[in-house]
Design a protein around this ligand. Structure first.
Ligand code: NAD
Length: 421
């Protein structure tokens, strides 16, 4: 099929299964193991009431999916978005299994979501929704079972409400039930920046591998939330020039580079990056297609597809977001020699520091930020180099290499545990 033809929409879950199949084929995975790992272990759907400010009762739908529990408790974020579907949450849960395995954390993969546009709710309504959703999923979460964290449109406050709700149920404080909490409630130093920091550690390694120079690199970033805006700050601090950024309202471009701190302040004040003085407003598509060296998708899935891949000009793509590239676009990028740092490696810094947070909570022993960042760097650099070595050895792209490492680890744990009963 040519890229000009319109491809049928592919769901994130189909993408996740196709990516897994590629690795399973390459590993010659036992057919039984393949059947087990290809499906989530548990999928919980909940419909729950929330009392709104106008006195009405609204019913919301939420999910919690545990893809695999073979190497430890499930770990994965909770997303609030009007387009959340069970298929999306299943894909995100499976990606978490591989992500935790790539960086070799003792976790399985999970994910949660609520179908809601949180911008339309008051703070009180959001708290009510969060507490009732936490109550509904409390039958499957817990510090030894499944440990949620923030994702799109959820943050440290959301985690504080979930931690409090769970703690009220059991009658004592359980900080280890969620990560990404405020520092004063057992959160970890460095967690807020961890996803972006981990991505930048990978980019530094990749730039070195490609013989590029970061201080000369031009960077475009899609998404200006936790992952995107902090990645912009950190990469600018490395000397790179951030030439374009976008959020859900659109993008901005400045060929000479944007002052990232001022863009962050502008977005805080105006709720959008657009209109930033000295820059040109552009569309979201234009940000992806900007003439740049490094593209960082940091928003949602399915952004680089067969229909726009031939207009992507970056030499390197660092997937801070989960699932931004479809498999057919992936093949084109590889053919063209675009260097890909795949999501399960690139954004694993978030779950890595979440793991540090959980360890600190369980031990009641807290580390300073330099210790967190040092440990994070060690894990990210090793995972990047392991993936690169696998990609060279097996002559596969970086995504397949990361999958080979991850699926092999999970498959071997599953095989060693054997089939119950
Ligand atoms: P966030 O809610 O803080 O930010 C999301 C950003 O994306 C916002 O700026 C929003 O305006 C923007 N956005 C939404 N739709 C867009 C569109 N169509 N075009 C351009 N921008 C758009 O969320 P986040 O935590 O930064 O997560 C972003 C991505 O990173 C997600 O894919 C998430 O799964 C992934 N991720 C986040 C973490 C983490 O620790 N926060 C960890 C791993 C992966």
């Amino acid at each position: 099929m040519t890229t000009e033809q319109v491809a049928a929409p592919i769901s994130p879950w189909q993408v996740a299964q196709q990516q897994f199949d590629l690795a399973a084929d390459k590993l010659n995975l036992d057919p039984g193991l393949r059947r087990v790992l290809r499906e989530p272990r548990r999928e919980l759907t909940v419909h729950f009431p929330v009392k709104m400010d106008d006195g009405s009762v609204q019913v919301f739908t939420g999910y919690r999916v545990q893809h695999n529990l073979g190497r430890g408790p499930a770990k994965g974020g909770i997303r609030y978005h009007q387009d959340v579907t069970l298929d999306e949450v299943k894909a995100l849960a499976m990606w978490m299994t591989w992500k935790c395995a790539v960086v070799d954390l003792p976790y399985g993969g999970g994910k949660g979501g609520v179908v809601v546009d949180p911008k339309k709710l008051s703070r009180r309504e959001l708290e009510g929704l969060t507490r009732r959703y936490a109550t509904e999923i409390s039958i499957v979460i817990g510090p030894e079972r499944d440990i949620p964290a923030p994702d799109v449109n959820t943050n440290a406050q959301t985690m504080a409400w979930i931690m409090d709700t769970y703690s009220m149920h059991v009658g004592y404080t359980v900080p280890g039930v969620v990560t990404g909490k405020p520092i004063s409630l057992g959160g970890s130093q460095g967690r807020n920046e961890a996803t972006a920091r981990g991505a930048v550690y990978c980019i530094i390694e990749a730039v070195r591998h490609m013989g590029m120079e970061l201080p000369r690199a031009r960077v475009a970033i899609q998404g200006f939330g936790n992952a995107g805006s902090i990645a912009a700050q950190l990469i600018a601090a490395e000397g790179a020039s951030v030439v374009a950024v976008s959020d859900s309202t659109g993008g901005i471009h400045r060929a000479e580079g944007l002052d990232v701190d001022r863009v962050r302040a502008w977005k805080r004040e105006h709720g959008t990056v657009q209109g930033f003085p000295g820059s040109r407003d552009v569309s979201n598509a234009e940000v992806l297609e900007t003439d740049c060296d490094i593209l960082i998708p940091a928003a949602l899935e399915n952004q680089i597809t067969a229909s726009n891949v031939d207009r992507i000009r970056a030499r390197m793509i660092a997937e801070a977001a989960n699932g931004p590239t479809t498999p057919d676009a992936d093949i084109r990028l590889h053919e063209r020699g675009t260097f890909m740092i795949p999501d399960i490696l690139c954004n694993a810094g978030g779950v890595t520091v979440s793991y540090f947070e959980w360890v600190q909570d369980l031990n009641r022993d807290f580390w300073d930020e330099s210790e967190v960042n040092k440990k994070l760097k060690g894990i990210m650099v090793k995972a990047f180099q392991d993936t690169l070595a696998m990609s060279t050895k097996e002559e596969v792209n970086m995504r397949t290499a990361a999958y080979l490492l991850a699926v092999e680890r999970v498959a071997s744990a599953t095989a060693l545990r054997g089939l119950y009963p």
